[in-house]
Design a protein around this ligand. Structure first.
Ligand SMILES: Cc1cc2nc3c(=O)[nH]c(=O)nc-3n(C[C@H](O)[C@H](O)[C@H](O)COP(=O)(O)O)c2cc1C
Length: 165
């Protein structure tokens, strides 16, 4: 197995426990917790897909920059930060400062990475799809979208993938 496949396998295992989706547009940097996503190979490149609801501040930033980074912590040290960044909005506060998160420059994107013992993915968006109620099964709508607030799915090319100490 190549190192990339090993990394992606780990990312998929960690994702349900929470990962940081970091965005930067103009000078504003924000991070939010995600638990859903996929990894694959589409349009001839390795891809990562994330789902962001309309209401998220992240949506505004990601639509502006068309790139993002992901951080998958390997241990429990980021548990409190993942919880905070999954409840508070960057619209109302500076989550990165509030949690004292260390941000490091990315290798291939302008968006930094949350530094921790874990895995980093740097991603450039190559396509996005806005979900519509008409094209979504009613069981999914009833369970996950009672109040609307549908997801946009961002398909990205993974331009860098590496472990951090
Ligand atoms: C474990 C966990 C997983 C989450 N996964 C997602 C997700 O995949 N997509 C999404 O839009 N929101 C998700 N959220 C909710 C956002 O993290 C939350 O609404 C956050 O406050 C949005 O921040 P923002 O307004 O700064 O973008 C998740 C929250 C938690 C706690």
């Amino acid at each position: 197995m190549t190192k990339y496949s090993e990394h992606i396998k780990k990312a998929a295992e960690i994702l349900p426990k929470g990962a940081f989706l970091t965005t930067k547009h103009n000078d504003k940097i924000n991070t939010m917790t995600i638990g859903w996503g996929t990894f694959g190979f589409q349009w001839g490149v390795p891809t990562a897909e994330v789902m962001v609801r309309e209401s998220r501040f992240t949506k505004k930033l990601i639509d502006g920059s068309m790139e993002f980074t992901l951080t998958f912590p390997y241990d429990e040290s980021m548990k409190a930060a993942l919880s905070y960044c999954g409840q508070k909005s960057g619209r109302d506060c500076d989550k990165i400062a509030d949690m004292g998160l260390l941000m490091v420059d990315a290798k291939e994107t302008n968006t930094p990475v949350v530094a921790c013992k874990g895995l980093a993915l740097e991603c450039k968006i190559i396509a996005k799809t806005e979900m519509t109620a008409e094209l979504t099964d009613s069981s999914v709508l009833e369970k996950w979208y009672k109040n609307g607030d549908l997801h946009t799915i961002y398909y990205s090319k993974v331009v860098a993938c590496y472990e951090m100490d």
